[in-house]
Write a protein that binds this ligand. Structure first.
Ligand SMILES: Cc1ncc(C[n+]2csc(CCOP(=O)(O)OP(=O)(O)O)c2C)c(N)n1
Ligand SMILES: [Mg+2]
Length: 502
């Protein structure tokens, strides 16, 4: 029996990569109308077999099974073979039984700065002003402070749940920085830095995490990190994985159809794990056929909770799936803020001009635990995490560049971090002190009701039932007495109500 030897890694073959601007991507879907005139003549049923008569013979003496004159055959050839077969792009007949598993031999990973923050040979820093670069750096350094405060507060039982961005700051902020104010964002849940970068105030972020009276995102009815901010084009985060993807495909299609929104674009974030959901395929399928400007931004961070990518998929990352859906695709170093910025800007240009989807796979690493419900030391070595945060730290990489450029110094850094910390703590303390919205809010907005219409009976009954219970036990039972005090009006809005809602 052959004994398994150590795995030897061979050098990757030289990449056969089409130039970025020259990718063959097929036509953007502009019309779904038939180009031929349908005939109303019914088809014979069942379809008859071809007659078994002696074949005609060509001039070269070969038998001809396909009927018709030379002209008819030529016309048919043109109709049927352009492209070779309907449903494919460029193709050719080959006598070789050649299976393939990738469109290019290898998929390269675009990078501008190396781990040290030095410009990679041949690379160009995307067009950024000092202000733009500093704005990115500011958000990238703010988010770890927000995350630390809220993560620790969950540990102390002050909020119920939290998810950190740690390690993915460049991927999230670099992509957000490439988008424009009127664009539409669909997040998965780890992209609060994108929302902050768009100007979402810290007070609003804290309000959502505490579910207090200022929580305009979800009025205290959702778990922390489920932000919603229509004023920043940020659609509501939903817990079920990948549900944002068909929504994004729909939004992109809507943009395509809306004359007043030409030039706007959707960006949809999703994880390597979410890409295993049926919704991923439904969304990309829909977007590839119907069109609509959409950047599919995959944060490939190596894990889906405790499932490493090696157990998640067998293909070449997520990027290999783009061509399968006819999408221009790029893989980018997700820890390189400038590479992400450059890749997403170009993706946006392609998406808007072609009114179609573009896939960006950002290779990064989830440094934090999956969420406050997770302990990643159970399934990965602490050394591995440390190595990533030291050797390939997205914040250090950008900072090194800024310092080299003469745009940033240590005293400036110190002052900025102190300000971040003070802002975050002020906002945190303010949010914690605020009451929760009226208790009755939990029955509002759960059903779309037009003006003049009544909410369904079942909702009114539930509201009235809570009112009756509060009346009976609200003062008598200590846990309820304590809990009621946290809400605006202390539950009085529900007591004695007829269940109609506000
Ligand atoms: C439909 C569905 N299945 C399972 C879950 C539980 N779940 C929450 S996050 C997650 C992992 C997602 O991983 P990935 O998409 O890679 O995102 P990451 O957390 O790495 O950012 C799972 C399985 C869920 N929320 N929804
Ligand atoms: Mg992941």
């Amino acid at each position: 029996m052959r004994r398994a030897g150590p795995i030897t890694r061979v050098a990757a073959p030289t990449a056969t990569v089409l130039p970025l601007r020259g990718l063959i991507t097929g036509p953007p879907p502009t019309s779904h109308r038939l180009t031929t005139t349908p005939t109303s003549a019914p088809l014979p049923h069942p379809t008859p077999l071809p007659a078994f008569k002696l074949p005609a013979t060509s001039q070269e003496g070969k038998p001809l099974y396909v009927p018709g004159t030379a002209e008819e055959r030529q016309a048919r050839h043109v109709r049927m073979s352009s492209p070779l077969r309907r449903g494919t792009h460029e193709s050719w007949w080959t006598p070789e039984r050649a299976f393939f598993n990738a469109v290019a031999k290898t998929i390269p990973t675009y990078r501008v700065l190396d781990e040290e923050g030095h410009l990679v040979r041949g690379a160009q820093v995307p067009d950024v002003t000092k202000e733009e670069a500093m704005a990115m750096y500011k958000t990238m350094t703010l988010i770890p402070i927000v995350d630390n405060v809220l993560y620790q507060s969950q540990r102390q039982g002050r909020i119920s749940f939290y998810m950190q961005c740690a390690g993915e700051e460049a991927a999230v902020v670099g992509s957000a920085a490439a988008m424009l104010p009127d664009d539409e964002f669909f997040g998965q849940y780890r992209e609060s830095a994108a929302l902050l970068h768009r100007g979402f105030p810290l007070n609003s972020l804290m309000a959502q995490c505490f579910g207090n009276v200022e929580d305009t995102s979800t009025k205290g009815r959702q778990m922390p990190v489920h932000y919603s901010a229509p004023e920043f084009g940020f659609h509501t985060i939903t817990s079920p994985l990948a549900t944002q993807m068909p929504q994004a495909a729909g939004a992109a299609y809507a943009l395509k159809l809306d004359e007043s929104r030409q030039g706007d674009c959707v960006i949809c974030y999703f994880g390597d794990g979410a890409a295993s959901e049926g919704d991923f395929h439904a969304a990309l399928g829909m977007n590839s056929v119907l069109g609509g400007p959409c950047i599919w931004f995959c944060r490939n961070n190596g894990f889906a909770i405790s499932t490493p990518i090696i157990d998640q998929y067998a293909g070449d990352g997520i990027a290999s799936r783009g061509p399968g859906y006819g999408l221009d695709t790029i893989r980018v170093d997700g820890n390189d803020a400038f590479a992400v910025l450059g890749a997403v800007r170009e993706a946006r240009r392609r998406a808007v001009e072609g009114k179609k989807g573009v896939l960006v796979e950002a290779m990064t690493y989830r440094v934090g635990h999956h969420s406050t419900s997770d302990d990643s030391s159970k399934y990965r070595a602490a050394e591995e995490v440390k190595e990533w945060s030291i050797v390939d730290n997205p914040i250090h990489r950008l900072r090194a560049f800024l310092v080299e450029k003469g745009w940033w110094s240590e005293p400036e850094e110190k002052a900025m971090l102190a300000k971040h910390k003070a802002d975050v703590l002020t906002s945190f303390k303010r949010a914690e002190k605020m009451p929760k919205p009226k208790l009755g809010e939990m029955f509002n907005d759960v059903w779309a009701v037009k003006r003049g219409e009544e909410v369904p009976r079942v909702i009114m009954e539930q509201r009235a039932e809570l009112g009756r219970l509060l009346k009976k036990y609200g003062d008598a039972w200590e846990p309820w007495r304590r809990e009621r005090k946290k809400f605006v009006e202390e539950g009085e809005d529900v007591i004695d109500c007829d269940g109609r809602g506000t």
